[in-house]
Design a protein around this ligand. Sequence first.
Ligand code: HEM
Length: 125
Amino acid sequence: MTNDSVSIYERIGGHDAIAAVVDDLYVRIMDDPQLAGFFTGTNLTKLKGRQVEFFSAALGGPDAYDGGAMDEVHRGRGIEQHHFDLVADHLVASLKGAGVDADTVDEIIGVVAPLSGAIVPGTHT
Ligand code: HEM
């Protein structure tokens, strides 16, 4: 089923594909009344650049991630598990919209889901 010698990053089309997914993801997030308020005052262009680096690095690509640690950048923002789940659902929709197959979407969510431990306060010590 999966080809372990080829990274998820390469399989979904590399940097450009991830940049397109991240663009679409933030359209969906900013369109979601439960999420948009978290990004008031955020420089979205900069955030999207960081997010592309983050996903690329997490999915086996060559990009270096230069941003902050997940717990530090999300701390004190009132992010709850249901907000995290909404973002994950939007990510699934963006990936499917970009033509990523269902097995690969599941693999990517398997990489992203454990991040809730750092992003949602109170789910870890
Ligand atoms: C899939 C899970 C998530 C990942 C991989 C992720 C990743 C990131 C990254 C890479 C940054 C940039 C850090 C930096 O600039 O140093 C960031 C910032 C941020 N994220 Fe997330 N995030 C996730 C979930 C969420 C959720 C659920 C929320 C809120 C609903 C959220 C809200 C924010 C905000 C408000 C910022 C800061 C923007 C600013 O600097 O003004 N993130 N995130």
